[in-house]
Design a protein around this ligand. Structure first.
Ligand SMILES: Nc1ncnc2c1ncn2[C@@H]1O[C@H](COP(=O)(O)OP(=O)(O)OP(=O)(O)O)[C@@H](O)[C@H]1O
Ligand SMILES: [Mg+2]
Length: 378
């Protein structure tokens, strides 16, 4: 006597051609899908799996093999996974329809219907899972590739700019020297101060590039100096730009706080911060203010450069420290990137906070306690 499962499997085999035709009529597939033939073959394999499941429950491993193959093909065909899900469901409903017309009593069919549904559910689950995994992997590889080529370009750019900088620096140094000599020989000659100042600005700009290219290679020389004098000198240096930009500077500096670090590098940091503030303040009308303060707390020195200019949105706050992020027509976008690198080189940190009233950059640098004490005694 044949069992229900055998009867059902035989019934499906006998009507196999018609079943396949009605499934094919429903399948959604692009004409240019390079796996169009495989889709039909996969349908057949799925049909085989269903027949086997009716005779003997299937293990996950048996289903996974086909799911893996289909997932790979769907990725390579570069189609949307929704077509695949639609076609699987079309196959499921066709089979259920055919099984229902087998003449076998519905009570006897029930466990087999469950088994068939189970095969389809597991197949869809694994195929979509593998498909997503492959896609994610591809995306990761793409991002890695982009990162890598971007890094390589940055390296080349760095090498180019550092040799470029050297070529520039030598003639610049001699022009600065000769301007000083001229001033010495002809103290009354007009425009020399303006020229000297502009040349110094140019020199700072160029040094900025040098900081990027050599930062890790050369261990910078550290010395102990007063924060007060560094910032005082900078404000004096920037005086023409402050007047030009119509900006007032207020500084609250403890005249006794010493810092140990590379003066050149820290000068570059605060120069960038103050220059950025002057630039940002050009967007406001009147009452342009920069406030510089310095505090010494818990063995740390906090130097804050704040201005009452435009607010930087929370999403942009991190981006501004990335290289080449700029909103300025002639900006290079490396100012804050260098600031962060140089501050980190001093084992410190730099944080930006911004509100409609105030945008501030706070540099925190650790200071050894005894150094402050000896400093104070000097
Ligand atoms: N004080 C500030 N207020 C508002 N926005 C600022 C301020 N400082 C920096 N930014 C924003 O951060 C961006 C990046 O600053 P960064 O100093 O890195 O580059 P840049 O000033 O644009 O160019 P570069 O300094 O290389 O000439 C600026 O273009 C600006 O949009
Ligand atoms: Mg800048």
């Amino acid at each position: 006597m044949t069992t229900t499962s055998e009867m059902l499997a035989l019934f499906l085999e006998e009507n196999f051609q018609e079943f396949l035709q009605s499934w094919r009529d429903r399948v959604v597939i692009a004409e240019n899908d390079k796996y169009i033939e495989e889709v039909m073959k996969n349908g057949l394999q799925m049909f085989e799996l269903v027949k086997r499941a009716i005779r003997n429950p299937l293990s996950d491993d048996e289903i996974k093999v086909l799911a893996q193959k289909v997932a790979q093909e769907r990725v390579e065909a570069n189609t949307n996974i929704s077509e695949f899900v639609f076609n699987v469901n079309a196959g499921r409903s066709e089979i259920i329809k055919w099984v229902g017309s087998s003449g076998i009593r519905i009570e006897d069919l029930r466990p087999y219907l469950e088994e068939i549904n189970g095969v389809f559910d597991r197949f869809s689950y694994y195929a979509v899972r593998f498909y997503t995994e492959i896609k994610e992997q591809q995306l990761k590889e793409k991002v890695n590739y982009i990162d890598q080529t971007h890094k390589e370009r940055l390296t080349i750019l760095g090498q180019m700019s550092s040799s470029f900088v050297h070529e520039f620096r030598n003639p610049l140094t001699s022009i600065i020297g000769f301007t000083k000599l001229l001033k010495y020989d002809y103290p009354e000659l007009p425009y020399l101060d303006v020229m000297s100042h502009e040349l110094d600005q140019l020199n700072y700009r160029i040094s900025q590039f040098l900081h990027v290219s050599r930062k890790e290679i050369i261990e910078s020389k550290k010395e102990k100096f007063l924060v007060f004098s560094l910032l005082g000198e900078l404000i004096e240096f920037l005086y023409p730009s402050l007047v030009d930009g119509d900006v007032q500077v207020k500084s609250h500096l403890d005249s006794q706080v010493y810092i140990k670090g590379n003066k050149e590098e820290l000068r570059q940091v605060f120069l960038n911060l103050i220059m950025n503030s002057i630039d940002a303040l050009q967007q406001v009308k009147g009452n342009r203010k920069i406030t510089i303060s310095c505090t010494f707390e818990n063995d740390e020195i906090h130097i804050k450069v704040a201005n009452n200019g435009p607010e930087i949105s929370a999403e942009t706050v991190e981006a501004i420290f990335e290289p080449f992020y700029t909103t300025k027509e002639l900006g290079t976008g490396i100012g804050l990137y260098i600031c962060r690198k140089l501050v980190e080189k001093h084992e410190g940190s730099i944080v930006c906070t911004s509100s409609p009233e105030e945008t501030a950059f706070t540099v925190t640098i650790p200071a050894a306690k005894e150094e402050q004490k000896t400093g104070m005694l000097l």
